[in-house]
Design a protein around this ligand. Sequence first.
Ligand SMILES: Nc1ncnc2c1ncn2[C@@H]1O[C@H](COP(=O)(O)OP(=O)(O)OP(=O)(O)O)[C@@H](O)[C@H]1O
Ligand SMILES: [Mg+2]
Length: 341
Amino acid sequence: MALIQVENLRKEFKRQKRKDGFWPLMKSLVYREYEQKIAVEGISFTIGEGEIVGYIGPNGAGKSTTIKMMAGILVPTSGVVRVNGLVPFENRIENARRIGAVFGQKSQLWWDTPVIESLKLTKYMYDIPEDRFAQNMAMFSDILGLDEFKNVAVRALSLGQRMRADLCAALLHDPAIVYLDEPTIGLDVVVKERIREFIREINRDRGTTVILTTHDMADIEKLCSRVMVVDHGKLMYDGNLQTLKNDYGNMETMVVDTVENFVMDEALQDMGVAYSQTEDARNQLIYDKNKMNSSSIIKWIMERYTVRDFNVKETEIEEIIRKLYAGFSQEEKIERQEVMV
Ligand SMILES: Nc1ncnc2c1ncn2[C@@H]1O[C@H](COP(=O)(O)OP(=O)(O)OP(=O)(O)O)[C@@H](O)[C@H]1O
Ligand SMILES: [Mg+2]
């Protein structure tokens, strides 16, 4: 049986319409007008024990809303969520014992309390046995490096320290599932790496199931074999990371440096080559490596320019995802146009 089962899940938010100007504002105080926002629009998936699933998508796609429904924080408008056989929002307390959650944007710890005291409070709240608490603290302190700031009040922690403390607190009661909503947001590479190590470790050692939301594709590459891509509240892709790369990632990028000023040519375009410039004004040629090969492109260029240097690289996962997101928006636009016609 699947650990997490989500079927045709929907969430609509009712928002009061914003009014600009004095009279419209006054009127809106008397006659409240609402507008509907569909944040999650019929999503279905199952997640098995011990998986690490990356849940990705552009801003406002509906990721946090889905996670909040799985965690029992939000009540779905319709559809099914079952976690460990329980309906989270109907069995909040029972569900909370079995899950851990970190919302990167907001700490769950007591603001004015030293980290260690906050963690002890968590111990009492979840009724964690003394020896288990000690074991977990030893392991977590080691990987997350908590010792250097465990006596500091939460409000005085740096973002990276706070996130490490939050992760520790979320996992002290040995939850079977952990929801991590942007746990690496705004952190430096060293802390990010520590957090990834921690996630890997609890998944490997304890079989903890991890649902991870992030905008950092390195998190996904380093941790997740499965990714779900959501956009405008709909699931657009669910599967293997490698397959995603194969389907969308047959692209290669050639960076060329020419003595003469390089001008993108129509002939190159007709060959199926796209042009873009890097931030430091270098010329990038992007093409599908199944249809084109780099030698025919470089030959074409060398016949017309003096080439100083060139370099061919796989298109990075960031680029693939960007293309994927852009593709979705395009489809959405086409759909809308069709509706309008
Ligand atoms: N409490 C709320 N009331 C009204 N609308 C909401 C509420 N929470 C979310 N929304 C809307 O639902 C949509 C999905 O929001 P959600 O927070 O799930 O996106 P997200 O994928 O987590 O985005 P981000 O990457 O920016 O965190 C957005 O359009 C958002 O404005
Ligand atoms: Mg979010």
